[in-house]
Structures are given as C-alpha cells and as structure tokens.
Design a protein around this ligand. Structure first.
Ligand code: AFD
Ligand code: MN
Ligand code: MN
Length: 426
C-alpha cells in the first residue's frame, strides 16, 4: 500500500527540526573531513534492498510458529506490505519470490500492483528442499545431487519453470539454494553428489536467458547435519566457474561456521568477479535468520568496507543483488524488516566514510594501529541523520518505526486483514 505525501508530511513534521539540526551538525563535521555529504546521501537513496516474500509472515522454527493478526496470506497482501515498507523507508524497492510458494494467479495484476508501488521483481528462488503435493519424485535424499536421474531431472525442470515464471515478472536472476547433503557418514559418495550437482546446474544454466544471472548459494549444514553438497564458498565458486560467466556465488551471512571471516570471502569473490549477491541477516549460533545488525553490527560494517572497496576497485564484479533473508518468531515482520533496512543502510553509510586511500597508505606502511583507527573512526560515527536525509529526499519518513506504528498498527488498519488469531497488542 502506498502512503500519500500528506500523511508522510504529517508524520515528519514532528521530527523535522531535530533532524535538520543533527544533519547540519554532522554534514558540517564530515565536510571538514573532506567527505562529499550530498554524494553519500544520494548513494544511500539509490541503495535498494529486495524483500524476501517469505519474511512478511511470521517465521518459525522446527519447534513451532506463532502467527499474528494481519499476517499476509497471499502474494497480493505480501506485495501490499512491501509497499508500506517502501513508502516509509524508500529502500525496499524490490521483492524476491520463492517458487512454488509465490506463483502468481494473475501475472498482469501482480505486475500492475507492484509497478504501482515502485516495486521490482528481484531474483526468483527455486525450492527443491521440500516435496510438493502430487510431485512424482521425492527430494528426501536430495534433488540436483540425487543418485536417481529421475529426481535430478524433476529438480532441473522445476528450476527451468522458475526461470520462466521470473521472466514473466521481469526478474533477471535465479537463486539456487540446495539443502542436498547427508545426515550420516557413508550415506553419500561426496564425489558423485558433487558431480551430479555440477551436471544438473549446467543443465539449468543452459536454460538461462542471456541477460540473466544464476546465483549459487552455499551453506555448511542444516537441514543435513553431516554434509552439505554446496557446503562453502569454494564449492559454490567451483560450480559457478564450471557453469560459465553468468553464474556467480551468493553469500548468505547466516551460512558460515562460527567465526568465519566473511568479509575476506566477500573480498576475494569480488576480486575474481564472481560475487553475485547477498542474503542479509544476523545470527548468534547458526543460520538463525535474526534481524540484520542486531547481534554483530561491526561484522556487518567490515563486510560493507569490502563491498565499498569492491564497488570502487572491482569493475569485473557485477552489480550485486542485495536481499534480506531473515524471518523468525517474535517481532512484527514489518518492524523487523524496517530495522534490517536501517542496519544495512547504516553499515553502508559508515563504510562510505572510510578513507580508503589513507587506509591503503597505512597498510603499505604496516601501520596496524592507524588502520584500526581509520576503520573504527568511521564505525563510531552516528550516521543516522544521513539516512534520514536520504529518506526525506526520496519522499519517505524520518522515523519509520514510529511512522509505521502511528499510521498502521495503532490505527488498526492491520486488523482489516486480521485472521482469527490472537491480536498482538503494542
Ligand atoms: C534459507 C536459505 C535459502 C532459502 C531461504 C528460504 O538461505 O536462501 O531460499 O532460506 O527458505 O535459509
Ligand atoms: Mn539465503
Ligand atoms: Mn539462510
């Protein structure tokens, strides 16, 4: 749903004076340091993050899921919710669909709805980690890696279907995440599983339109707990290289063993021109899919340092597909997504403040302390006035959480779609 500008003005009026005061103070300080503040603000305004369709409903764990009042129950309502997000934040201008969960019933109508909300269709995600009703073959023992050719062919056909669906919506990339692997030693022959996967991905790649990308996601464990076929960035890169120049690695922040150096992975993939996209989330223990920046904001900043470096120094790397991939039990998904978008923008803004040439000079002299001072100086800057200005310039609100609560939840709008679940008070 689109919020009209009168409502936006009425919401912003309360905060505009304090915003302007904070912005002027920060802009003055940053300009003195040699930063082009207007350029940073416009970069923030341009930075759009795709919202995963599956994050609009209550998430869940294998132990349970708690639905809530107003939870979207179809694709139209999910797009409507993203329209609210985008109207408030002006940084959620895309949706990433998961097929078959999000197969449109009317392509023309859904495209018109999304266009009307300035929402594009980002990468489409295939799903061969669940069996669909009346499917001939089961993915219980894997899909693209399965020992049965019939299963592999069914999974390849599904991915080709997903490309066709995405094509009708204007999407330009397919993301493949495989749950394939094994739960016990001896269950799989590692080489056969990997080779089957490689052959299957190449068959999918053959069906990729010339202006599309294939994004190959990796994950070390879960749902298989002994081995995963595409277990790490190295396996994904090998597969992307064997498919061809339109295939890339996709980094999901939650898909690394504890203490992995993700920023180093990001940097090397960009050097090789093979970083295709990101799934942003945060985690404490595993693929916890928690709100971006809620646990390790400094780690997110260090990743953005490499991303900004890559944008400036690795033209061989394509424009990245930015996407949130998170969902869990206890927050209103729209508030969670607002917080995630803010954390991503904040890390990006701080990374833009890093003096890359001073850092390179300090590195060339092995001045370790100076290197840290440069990074942490940027990290310790409160950049929220820059984010506010970017939203204001784009027609958004200064404080999205407060605006959402004032415009939506308290006004009871969300109850118009309420299901017979217990309404969550605020
Ligand atoms: C999973 C994986 C993968 C999958 C998504 C939706 O990250 O991106 O497509 O969540 O299930 O954690
Ligand atoms: Mn993911
Ligand atoms: Mn994940």
């Amino acid at each position: 749903m689109k919020i009209d500008q009168n409502q936006i003005q009425s919401i912003n009026i309360k905060d505009i004076d304090s915003h302007q005061e904070n912005f002027d103070f920060l802009a003055n300080k940053l300009s003195k340091q040699g930063h082009n503040v207007l350029d940073i603000v416009s970069k923030l305004a341009e930075f759009q993050v795709a919202i995963p369709s599956w994050a609009l409903g209550a998430g869940g764990t294998r132990f349970g899921r708690f639905s809530f009042y107003g939870e979207p129950s179809n694709l139209e309502q999910k797009i409507e919710d993203i329209g609210v997000l985008h109207s408030l934040t002006q940084t959620a201008g895309a949706v990433s669909l998961h097929i078959p969960w999000d197969i449109p019933s009317d392509y023309t109508a859904i495209k018109e709805q999304a266009d009307g909300l300035n929402i594009k269709f980002d990468s489409v995600n295939s799903n061969t980690f669940q069996d669909q009703k009346d499917a001939k073959e089961s993915y219980k023992y894997g899909s693209l890696s399965n020992v049965s050719q019939a299963v592999r062919e069914q999974a390849i056909a599904h991915n080709l279907d997903v490309i066709n669906i995405g094509n009708k919506l204007g999407s330009k990339s397919l993301t493949v995440w495989l749950a394939d692997g094994s739960c016990f030693p001896g269950q799989n022959n590692f080489q056969t599983a990997f080779q089957n996967t490689e052959d299957s991905l190449k068959a999918i790649y053959k069906g990729l339109p010339d202006d599309w990308k294939l994004l190959i996601e990796y994950k070390p464990y879960e749902p298989n707990f002994y081995s995963t076929v595409i277990q790490d960035w190295g396996a994904s890169l090998m597969l992307a290289n064997s498919c061809g120049k339109q295939a890339y690695t996709l980094v999901d922040l939650g898909h690394h063993l504890p203490n992995s150096n993700i920023e180093q992975i990001v940097s090397i993939l960009q050097l090789k021109g093979k970083l295709g996209g990101f799934h942003f989330n945060d985690s404490k223990y595993g693929d916890d899919d928690l709100t971006v920046g809620s646990i390790k904001p400094y780690a997110l900043f260090l990743i953005f340092n490499e991303l900004v470096y890559g944008m400036q120094n690795n033209p061989q790397n394509p424009d990245l597909a930015w996407m949130i991939d998170a969902s869990h039990n206890v927050k209103d998904p729209l508030e969670d997504l607002i917080q995630s978008l803010e954390a991503i923008q904040e890390a990006y803004a701080k990374a833009l403040l890093i003096d890359q040439s001073a850092l390179k000079a300090a590195q060339s002299h092995n001045d370790v302390v100076k290197c840290q001072e440069i990074l942490q100086g940027a990290y310790r800057t409160d950049v929220r006035p820059l984010l506010e200005k970017a939203r204001l310039n784009s027609g958004g609100v200064l404080n999205p959480i407060n605006a959402y609560r004032a415009l939506y939840v308290r006004s009871g709008l969300i109850k118009e779609r309420g299901k017979n679940t217990v309404a969550t008070g605020l």
